[in-house]
Design a protein around this ligand. Structure first.
Ligand code: SF4
Ligand code: SF4
Length: 426
């Protein structure tokens, strides 16, 4: 499209090749400037319009579990620091941080400590938000999800449940693969606004990738973060979102549109944005757009280009995308009718235990959202406790794989799925 005025969303992508403090700080600042500056972005939020810079800003991080920053599971502390300092320098002093961790029995602050995020928060004087207790919120406007149990801090900030919003959310997510939704980025990171064990129950209710994505679309229309910042300096590919491999993608992405941001993440890894159910469900719900004809890309962190910062998605792919990023590019087949059933057998995937890595801790069993558990720790023939699956019960939500502390659960792909995923572009 040549008419740039018809574009509806902007995504700033700033190249950044390390977590060196100065570099990260410079990249975050440049990206925010490319979008018009922090005051202009946050000035759109109702809470800033009514309370000015005293409005509470909730920095919603990715704190899936207690993982060291170099594992690339959680938001890197230097990205958190860069955002916190930028806000404080611009007069936004009422900052809190948090996330509801993946395990239903985790404590938010202990998890933050394990990810290196608490140390930054303490240094900058950013308070921990109340993410361990929830508020029941009715949401009659939801298309599929009309009730959520939101973390108290999120309910307070957004005014969800009919109160005046006391603040706004900045969503600081991580660029990773995800076994249910292919990727986890800006849209999926909002799932940590749902409190504790309710996340597992939500998985049990919305089982397919499409149904789960439609629930996420409702959640995003409810909590609507004012800004999304993605840590893609070292991303995670393969067996994400917790057991994959760190993969340098060398970028910070920033947008007010979470779908556009995730779509550009897709472009950087040669994944068609339309193959990600969260993109299409959120576009249908009016959360944003995945259509690159409607997205303006503003590139920073590179020597000044002749034409300025604006580039096309084709240029983005040619210059910066990485075809070696290991992500599920095959289609999932569903249905049990003859031909589909046959294809399904040969093109699908399931969680499996790597027996020699399993220590029998039982986290997978606790995490499985089904009442009649699809994974149970039992003694094997040698008397050793090891997790065992009943795949006929499994709904393939991959919560067990996300939460296994030993990286002992992997996703077994059929031959056909492997062949398709090996192709770099579908
Ligand atoms: S598979 Fe992982 S979570 Fe499950 S029992 Fe083994 S080590 Fe623990
Ligand atoms: S066994 Fe794992 S993937 Fe299957 S339903 Fe339970 S948590 Fe989900």
């Amino acid at each position: 499209m040549s008419n740039m005025e018809a574009r509806t969303s902007k995504v700033a992508i700033v190249r950044c090749d390390s977590y060196e403090r100065e570099k990260v700080s410079g990249a975050v600042r440049e990206a925010v400037e490319l979008l018009g500056g922090i005051d202009s972005i946050l000035g759109e939020a109702a809470a800033v319009q009514s309370m000015g810079k005293d409005a509470e800003i909730v920095l919603k991080l990715n704190m899936l579990g207690r993982h060291a920053p170099e594992k690339a599971v959680t938001t890197h502390p230097e990205v958190f620091r860069a955002v916190g300092e930028l806000l404080q320098e611009n007069g936004y002093g009422n900052l809190v941080y948090g996330d509801s961790p993946g395990s239903p029995v985790s404590n938010m602050e202990k998890t933050a400590e394990g990810c290196g995020l608490k140390a930054v928060a303490d240094e900058l004087g950013i308070k921990p938000g109340d993410f361990d207790r929830g508020t029941d919120v009715d949401y009659p406007e939801g298309k599929v999800a009309r009730r959520f149990v939101l973390c108290n801090e999120i309910a307070k900030a957004t005014g969800a449940g009919g109160k005046e919003p006391a603040g706004l959310i900045i969503n600081i997510c991580k660029m990773k693969t995800h076994q249910l939704e292919r990727i986890t980025g800006a849209v999926k990171n909002t799932f940590g606004c749902v409190c504790g064990v309710n996340k597992a129950m939500t998985h049990a209710t919305y089982q397919s990738p499409e149904h789960f994505a439609r629930m996420l679309a409702d959640l995003n229309t409810l909590v609507r973060p004012a800004l999304h910042i993605m840590d893609g300096i070292v991303a995670m590919d393969g067996n994400g979102p917790a057991s994959g491999d760190p993969f340098p993608m060398n970028a910070i992405l920033v947008s007010t549109d979470p779908v556009a941001l995730d779509a550009m993440f897709c472009k950087l890894i040669y994944l068609d944005p339309q193959m990600v159910a969260t993109n299409t469900a959120c576009a249908d719900a009016g959360v944003g757009t995945w259509d690159d004809e409607k997205i303006e890309i503003l590139l920073g962190g590179v020597p000044m280009q002749k034409e300025g910062a604006v580039i096309t998605t084709d240029e983005l792919e040619v210059k910066y995308a990485d075809k070696n990023f290991n992500v599920q590019r095959s289609r999932e087949f569903r249905g049990s009718m003859s031909l589909m059933g046959f294809v399904r057998r040969f093109a699908n995937k399931k969680p499996v235990v790597i027996a020699n890595k399993c220590v029998g801790c039982g986290v997978c069993e606790q995490t499985c959202p089904l009442e009649d558990k699809a994974v149970i720790v039992r003694q094997d023939s040698t008397g050793r406790a090891v997790a065992q699956y009943d795949h006929s019960k499994c709904i393939k939500c991959y919560c067990c794989q996300e939460m296994c502390p030993e990286r002992a659960i992997t996703v077994k792909k059929s031959l056909l799925a492997k062949i398709v995923d090996r192709r770099w572009k579908v």
